[in-house]
Design a protein around this ligand. Structure first.
Ligand code: NIG
Ligand code: FE
Length: 396
């Protein structure tokens, strides 16, 4: 962390997600003073305080670093052939997860570490300053514990997903596997995990199994998140709400009752819903599925986040700008809604108030775009628009 002060000056358009113009709290012709890794001051470029160092943004847009609240980075191998088959008409079922489990179990710690580092580096270069990382491709006590140990080397936001699928060796006794997850696996994983997650879906874990696993995780001190309603309708979203989940993720197939349950978590201070709907458009892109209806959720008042779901099966992208562009083009989100969801929304999905915003006291995690406005993230899809990234005020 930097101990000296740093002024990011000559910002044409500063997205604060705080007080300012429009839903993104924009300040024009602005500057940001960073001290001790935190935002110390935000104000007009014409009246800047003194600082030890200065970065000239050259009139470009500056926004909070992206907060990717859903990623599966601890794995080995890839599933490019499965992707190729899908693009030729095969459906996505999640059946390939076991292929990745086999490769992950066979990998060394250093191989897994190298993959995490490579994908985390990719994401950072695309503006992601916080990235949640899940286990879920080990599915033995030892392999889940080592997956989370390796994840924790790269992120403070780690999630135990021992209940990703039932591994082949438990195929004829799934309840024994649920017992393993709730007992010894959770005990081995919990020291490295902040969250517990379950893939609640036909072919993975049903709502009763998911409730048992999430409740065990909660009892061990972990926060709840859930993969829900991805491949078809189900009770996962409502279970997440029942358990006070920070986020219900995917939300591709929602009933009116699911939306009503989310709306029911609205906070009395008007700051949105306590349970966030995290939408993962990279998964719909890569599985050639219909996109979730973001407009329906937003119009109902549900807080929406965007994340990559980076994993070798359903969404092998680490790019938050790509997800922003997809959300705008395919999910009827405005560019402002998508940028908020990819920054402040992700922070809310992780129950963090120190990231996703550029207001005094927040962590100085920011990106300088190679563009004059946040609009360009959706307007110029696929173009590398991230000129500079800072974490804790330190240029990366
Ligand atoms: O979030 N749906 C469950 N898990 C991942 C996919 C994992 C895989 O296909 O390897 C997801 O999409
Ligand atoms: Fe996922």
């Amino acid at each position: 962390m930097s101990t000296s002060s740093l002024l990011v000056d000559n910002i044409g358009e500063l997205v604060t997600n705080g007080v300012g113009e429009g839903p993104l709290g924009i300040h024009r012709d602005a500057a940001v003073l960073v001290e001790e890794g935190r935002v110390a001051w935000v104000g007009p470029s014409a009246h800047t305080p003194a600082a030890d160092r200065r970065v000239d943004a050259g009139g470009a847009a500056v926004l909070p670093g992206f907060v990717d609240s859903h990623a599966h980075l601890v794995f080995a191998g890839d599933r490019a052939a499965e992707f190729g088959a899908r693009m030729a008409g095969q459906p996505y079922t999640g059946g390939g997860i076991r292929t990745t489990v086999g490769a992950t179990r066979a990998a060394t710690d250093d191989e897994l570490r190298a993959t995490v580092r490579r994908l985390r580096g990719e994401a950072l270069r695309q503006g992601t300053t916080t990235m949640e990382i899940k286990s879920g491709y080990g599915l033995t006590v030892a392999d889940e514990a080592r997956s989370l140990r390796i994840a924790a080397e790269a992120s403070g936001e780690t999630t135990f997903l021992g209940a990703h699928v039932v591994p082949a060796e438990y195929a004829d006794r799934p309840d024994d596997y649920v017992g393993l997850v709730c007992g010894p696996m959770l005990a081995a994983a919990a020291p490295y995990a902040k969250w517990v997650d379950v893939f609640c879906e036909r072919g993975a874990f049903d709502v009763d199994q998911a409730r048992a696993i999430l409740a065990s995780g909660q009892a061990a001190g972990l926060g709840v998140r859930i993969h829900a309603n991805q491949l078809g309708p189900g009770l996962g979203v409502q279970l997440g709400v029942e358990l006070g989940a920070a986020s219900v993720d995917h939300c591709t197939h929602l009933s009116d009752a699911d939306v009503a349950a989310l709306v029911g978590t609205a906070q009395s201070d008007g700051s949105g819903t306590r349970t966030v709907a995290t939408l993962l458009p990279g998964a719909e892109f890569s599985t050639r599925s219909p996109y979730p209806d973001a407009r329906r959720l937003l119009d109902a008042g549900v807080t929406v986040a965007l994340a990559t779901d980076c994993n070798p099966g359903s969404s092998y992208t680490s790019s938050m700008p790509f997800c922003v562009a997809l959300a705008v083009r395919e999910m009827r989100m405005t560019p402002a809604e998508a940028v908020w969801a990819a920054t402040a929304g992700g922070a809310r999905a992780l129950r963090r108030d120190d990231i996703g915003v550029l207001t005094p006291g927040a962590r100085a995690d920011l990106v300088v775009l190679d563009a004059p406005s946040y609009l360009h993230l959706a307007y110029r899809p696929g173009v590398p628009l991230i000129r500079q990234v800072m974490r804790n005020g330190v240029p990366q």
